[in-house]
Structures are given as C-alpha cells and as structure tokens.
Design a protein around this ligand. Structure first.
Ligand SMILES: Nc1nc2c(ncn2[C@@H]2O[C@H](COP(=O)(O)OP(=O)(O)OP(=O)(O)O)[C@@H](O)[C@H]2O)c(=O)[nH]1
Ligand SMILES: [Mg+2]
Length: 433
C-alpha cells in the first residue's frame, strides 16, 4: 500500500546525456527518450533535458563544468529532486555532481536497478535484485559514507579515520551476503538444469527480446500461461514456462522471461543468470522485435549482443519475429526492415495476425533439427533396433545383460515415437494426461 502512495507522488528529474559526435547525437537523443521512459517507470517525471556533445568525458563531472552550471540552474528552475544521467558515472563524479547541482544524481544503471527492485515479485527475482544491488554498491561504499557524514553533520572531506573502518566492516558484511546469495542462486540454477534435462521429448523454446516487445502477450496468445503483460519496461522479471502443441503433436515448452535494454549494466545481466537459465537451455530462441518502436535495428543488435556475448549463447538458433505489425503502416520502413531481415516472420501478438506462420516456423525448425537421446531397449528386440537405425544414427550401444542402452541422433520430431523406450533422464518428469 505504501508503495503505490510513493509511486503516485512523482519526483521531478532532469535528464542529462553526453555523446562524442554529431553522428551519435540522434542515437544519444533516442537513448534519452528511453531514459525518460525508464524514469517514468521508476516514478520520476522528466521535466527537462540537457545534452552535450563532447569528445571525451570530463574526469570530475563527466560533462563540462559550464554544463554542470546549466544543469544546476535547471534544477533550481524546476525545483527538481534528481538528475538522471544516461551515461555510466564513477562514484566520484556522482559525488562531485551532487555537490554542484544540490540534489541526488543517479546514472542509468541505478534507475534500472530501482525498477528491478520495485518489480521483483518472486523469491528468485528478489535474490537476484539484491545480488545486483550489492554488486553495484560495494565499490561505491565510500560515497555512501561521505553522504552519511554530511547528513549527520560530522566529518566530511578529510576526516577519513572512522569512515574507513566503517567501510571495512560494511564491505565484509556485503561480501558475506554476496557469497550467500550466489550460493542460493546457484542452487536454483542447478535445480532448473535438472528439470530441463528431463524434457528430452519436448521442444524447449525461449522468448527473448527488448523490454516491452510483447513477449508476455505472445506467451499468453500461444499458451494459457496467463502471465502479466503491461505497457511498461521490465514488467516481467521472472521466467515462466508453459506449453502448447505443434501440428505434429509435439509439445513445445515455451518460456517467457526478462527483457533486455540498451546499455543494460553488465552486473545486472550477470545477476540474472538463474532466471535466464531457461534461455540457456532452450533449443530455439524466438527473438521478438517491436517494429513500432524507434531504432529497431539497434534494438535487434542489442538483444543479440546480450545473447551472444553476455550469455555466451552464440550457437543458439534464433527465429526473428516482428511484432506489433498492427501498429505500423505497411510502408517503406517496414519494407526496408523485411529486406534487411528476410527470414523474419511478421505477427501481431495482440490481434493474432501471423501466429499460424510463427507456429509453422517452429514446427519447421523441429522437423529440421536433430536430437541425441538414449533409448533403453531389450537386446533381443531386433524390430525396434531396425526402426531406430532407419530414422537415426546410432552413436554407441552399451550392452548390460539382456538390455542395451543405445545413444542415437535422430530427427527431433521422431523422438516422440520412441518415447516409451526413452531412458528416464530424457523422459518428461510429470505423467501425461
Ligand atoms: N499494438 C500492439 N501492441 C502490443 C502487441 N503485443 C504486445 N503489445 C503491447 O505492448 C505492451 C508490452 O507487452 P508485454 O507483452 O508486456 O511486453 P514484454 O516484452 O513482455 O515486456 P517486459 O516484460 O516489460 O519486458 C503491452 O501494452 C501490450 O499490450 C501487438 O502485437 N500490437
Ligand atoms: Mg513481459
């Protein structure tokens, strides 16, 4: 109840961005639009913005000292309570800036962290947010202490003694908690990995994409998951898995998960590895793109960068899907995009257009892909062995008395046919109804 109260009372904030050259300015301004959206989600109304073109950031303030004065003046004019920087700031820059502008200064990472903290619902999400917060806070302890000393009226610059000791203790406490969180999350990850291993006969698919692309809406269209969909950034922070059946009768386990955003702080992605475990284990990634948003290509690149580099899943198969085609005109821009990404499928998760094409593409992927499974057969069952040989390629066979464990690579779509021979680790955990 408290939360909604504070959320409705919006703080006023000034947005600040800084980029190197003219060519970059359009992207910089678009990024500021997104920061405004992030701010709105975090409960801050952006009342003004300042953008500076600058070759390299200033060590003391990030922006030039003249610009700092300008920001300070705007803070006074608008009676703003915070200044939000689109760029990553060092703890020292934050401290220097706060002194000059007279209100709190946050960078993009902190804004995103704030949203994550207020949207985290489940235990897993909460643990991950805490991990990200602590990882962010640890190198900034000094700044926090300095603030504290300023507020309490003692110390300030130069009185380092007790502060250092306090930082030492805090750092030790943080390290202990960090270790504990990492252990708990590792356990969750291991548990999930075990669950996924028992899904041998189903096709695992993960929905990935930029935040607000419509992943949860598509999830609800394809399955009866009933997940939360909303026109806000990072509405989903957990992974939810639900199923639907392909025309071939094969079951697809579809996972909806947290979205990505440009300049997503690295430590945040790292903290969400437990939640992203389903993405890691998926055979196919359905990469959903909101084509009604600005900077579509940039967003595609951002998501691919997170998947390839941050998560290290370069080898995963991707099916690119353009969403929200109901919200764009079928004009030049869409034609250019289709030209750039000819394999992409166009859908509207909200209206339902193109969903059949999407399902057909998933079916097609399944028909084309191969899977390695272990079948547990009666050594004398020549008929089944012959069938296995006909559809697949036997990699090795392990004879144990009258039984034989055959490791075989076969079309993924054929696995269901042999389901009663699948060795337990490849079988579905729950019984079929
Ligand atoms: N016009 C239109 N809007 C859509 C479509 N699909 C989703 N939306 C809207 O886009 C907004 C975001 O949808 P979500 O499904 O919550 O998006 P998400 O990708 O799960 O977002 P996060 O979980 O916040 O990352 C909602 O307001 C949806 O109603 C579509 O096909 N057309
Ligand atoms: Mg969602």
């Amino acid at each position: 109840m408290h939360k909604t109260e504070t959320k409705t009372k919006r703080e006023r904030g000034i947005l600040v961005g800084c980029g190197p050259d003219v060519a970059d300015e359009a992207a910089g301004l678009r990024s500021l639009d997104e920061l405004e959206e992030l701010a709105r989600t975090a409960g801050v109304a952006a009342v003004d913005r300042v953008y500076q073109k600058r070759q390299s950031p200033d060590v003391t303030y990030f922006i030039g000292s003249g610009k700092v004065e300008e920001v300070a003046a705007r803070v006074r004019d608008h009676e703003a309570q915070c200044v939000l920087f689109d760029n990553e700031l060092t703890p020292r820059q934050v401290r220097n800036l706060e002194e000059k502008v007279g209100c709190k200064v946050l960078d993009r990472s902190e804004v995103i962290l704030d949203i994550f903290a207020s949207h985290a619902q489940t235990m897993e999400a909460k643990l991950q947010v805490e991990l990200a917060q602590l990882r962010y806070t640890r190198p900034r302890l000094k700044r926090m202490w300095t603030h504290l000393s300023r507020i309490t009226g003692q110390g300030g610059i130069g009185s380092r003694g007790p502060g250092e000791k306090q930082i030492e203790t805090d750092r030790r406490l943080i390290d202990r908690r960090l270790h504990q969180l990492e252990m708990e999350l590792e356990e969750i990850k291991t548990r999930k990995r075990r669950q996924v291993a028992t899904r041998g006969e189903d096709l695992t698919v993960a929905l990935v994409g930029y935040t607000n692309a419509g992943k949860s809406t598509l999830m609800n269209r394809l399955t009866d998951a009933g997940v939360y969909e909303a026109d806000k950034l990072f509405a989903t922070l957990d992974t939810k898995t639900s199923d639907f059946i392909l025309p071939s009768g094969k079951r697809v386990l579809l996972s909806d998960t947290v979205g990505f955003v440009e300049n997503l702080p690295h430590h945040l992605v790292a903290s969400f590895h437990a939640t992203l475990e389903e993405v890691r284990q998926a055979k196919l990634l359905v990469h959903l793109v909101d084509v009604s948003s600005p900077g579509v290509e940039q967003r595609i690149a951002t998501v691919r960068h997170v998947i390839d580099d941050e998560l290290g899943l370069r080898d995963h198969d991707e099916l690119l899907v353009f969403n929200k085609i109901d919200a764009v005109e079928d004009g030049v821009e869409l034609a250019l995009l289709r030209n750039r990404f000819p394999a992409a499928i166009s859908v509207s998760a909200r209206v339902g257009t193109g969903i059949d094409d999407l399902v057909a593409a998933v079916q097609d992927f399944d028909d084309r892909s191969r899977q390695v499974v272990v079948l547990d057969l009666d050594a004398g069952d020549g008929k089944t062995l012959a069938e296995v040989r006909r559809v697949g390629e036997i990699l090795d066979a392990d004879y144990q008395g009258s039984r034989v464990a055959v490791r075989v690579s076969m079309p993924a779509s054929a696995v269901g046919y042999f389901r009663r021979f699948l060795s337990p680790e490849f079988r579905r955990a729950e019984p079929e109804d």
